[in-house]
Design a protein around this ligand. Structure first.
Ligand code: C5P
Length: 400
């Protein structure tokens, strides 16, 4: 995906063993279309060489404030003027302290103070250094000054200790950077999303489920978070990773999904029901595994009862959020989607063809609402999810 196409990033590096991960990040940023100019402190060059970073980015690396390669000898100004952001990975305690105080004693810190673009820093240090009151004070100070601080995470550290201070992984930094550059039409909104299939037990080892992969719902959760929303994702069983910044609550059955949604919906501005919820569950699922000998050669006879309609129940609440339903159909998509819009009393139905959507990485969507039909052409699910979230945000803004 070309999520960073046209973006020019200055990738600052300071002294820390996590610098080896910055090499991978430089590759990943370029895979997503960014151009990358590396600037290293003297400390960083002890952990990884400028030659490595030059080879990976195809650009000479700058380390020295007095570097004569810039014709006007003003590398600290020129390098950042062309940048969409300066991203410092890893950011040491020393670097954060300098930025907090406006110190400029090398090229990177001088660039940061002289910049006219956003600054993002990704701390990486021993847990005691991160926990030190001075570091905490400095990190708060730079955040107050408008610097975006990503992480740190908790976990195993290169020093052998375990705790907070560990640098985010390159993929996490990449996702946070992509999110940083997305428009924020959902800022301040709370969005509740259901995704994936549900699993209705027959006995402790067997269940009835469906082919929903959860990919569309997870992409929408990511896109809503990127758009600035606070997102809670209620998920049936899937093999997918939770999108960055999204709160995920796992459920198995439709009734569990109903209970969690009803608990979480208070305060939500928008509910997007993407889950392929089972319409029925097995009455009296067996507590013990059904044995062939026990049920006879015709197999077991299962009796079903209807599950609650989560979307209709949310839409019927006195203070209902803006409700979006999905219609995954194998035939008569338009007619089914339009009747669902009226029957469930929701603001928007998103239609797709089940056989062209389930399990795939791409999809095509049609939106049905009071405005009529709007088509979102076949594309990667994340691209579509961003378009859908933008369409929902615009409709919510017009409605309120
Ligand atoms: O009625 P039908 O299952 O076709 O409607 C699909 C839409 O309703 C989807 O948005 C789905 O997430 C939602 N739904 C629900 N609870 C159910 C069944 C469907 O929220 N029990």
């Amino acid at each position: 995906m070309n999520d960073l196409a046209g973006r020019h990033l200055v990738l600052g590096m300071t002294g820390g063993i996590a610098a080896y991960k910055t090499a991978e990040l430089a590759r990943r940023l370029q895979d997503h279309g960014a151009t990358v100019q590396v600037v290293m402190t003297e400390g960083a060059t002890h952990f990884i060489t400028p030659v490595t970073m030059q080879a990976l980015t195809g650009r000479p690396v700058f380390t020295d404030q007095w570097d004569a390669r810039q014709p006007n000898n003003m590398a600290h100004i020129d390098l950042s003027r062309a940048a969409d952001a300066i991203v410092v990975v890893p950011a040491s305690a020393d670097f954060i302290a300098k930025i907090a105080h406006g110190l400029c004693d090398d090229l990177l810190t001088t660039m940061c103070v002289a910049r006219a673009c956003p600054l993002l820093v990704v701390p990486a240090m021993n847990l005691q250094m991160w926990a030190h009151p001075a570091t905490q004070r400095n990190a708060r100070q730079i955040a107050d000054d408008g610097v975006v601080v990503l992480g740190p995470a908790s976990g195993d550290q290169a020093c052998g200790e375990i705790g907070s201070g560990r640098m985010l992984e390159p993929d996490e930094i990449l996702d946070d950077l992509i999110a940083f550059f997305q428009p924020k039409p959902m800022r301040g909104r709370r969005v509740l999303i259901t995704a994936g299939p549900t699993r209705e037990p027959i006995d402790p080892v067997r269940a009835i489920t469906n082919h929903s992969s959860g990919k569309m719902g997870y992409a929408i959760a990511r896109a809503a978070h990127e758009a600035g929303a606070e997102v809670t994702l209620v998920s049936g069983p899937t093999a997918l990773a939770t999108p960055r910044g999204v709160v995920r609550i796992d459920v198995e059955t439709a009734r569990q999904m109903y209970d969690v949604v009803m608990r979480e919906v208070a305060g939500a501005d928008c509910f997007i029901a993407v889950a392929a919820v089972a319409d029925w569950h097995v009455i009296d699922a067996s507590e013990h595994k059904l044995k062939k000998a026990g049920v006879g050669s015709d197999g077991p006879i299962l009796k079903f009862a209807q599950n609650p309609d989560i979307l209709a129940a949310v839409a019927a609440r006195p203070t209902a959020p803006y409700c979006v339903g999905f219609a995954a159909e194998t035939e008569d998509l338009h007619a089914n989607a339009e009747s669902k819009l009226a029957r469930k009393k929701v603001q928007l139905i998103v239609g797709n063809h089940a056989h062209e959507a389930f399990g795939r990485d791409d999809n095509a969507l049609t939106l049905y609402d009071a405005r009529g039909r709007t088509t979102l052409e076949r594309a990667d699910k994340l691209v579509l999810a961003r378009q859908l979230v933008a369409a929902i945000a615009e409709r919510m803004a017009t409605a309120s």
